[in-house]
Write a protein of this length. Structure first.
Length: 65
C-alpha cells in the first residue's frame, strides 16, 4: 500500500510543478501522510526532479526541516 501512496504523491507533485507555490503546498500535504522511509525516497526523488526545475528548489527547504 505504501508504494501506491508514494507513487501517487510523485504524480501529484509532477502535475502541479508548473506552479512553485502549489508544489510547496502539495509537498507539505505529502509530508504529513508519508512514512519516514517514504520521506527519504521522496527527498531523493525531489533532489533529482528539481535539478531541471530551479524554480522549485525553494521547496526543498520544506523537506529538509
Amino acid at each position: 500500500m505504501s508504494k501506491i501512496m508514494f507513487d501517487y504523491t510523485k504524480s501529484i507533485l509532477e502535475r502541479v510543478s508548473f506552479d512553485p507555490m502549489l508544489f510547496c503546498k502539495e509537498l507539505e500535504k505529502a509530508i504529513k501522510s508519508l512514512l519516514p522511509y517514504e520521506m527519504e525516497q521522496l527527498r531523493e526523488w525531489l533532489f533529482s526532479y528539481t535539478k531541471e526545475k530551479p524554480e522549485l528548489k525553494q521547496c526543498l527547504l520544506i523537506v529538509n526541516q
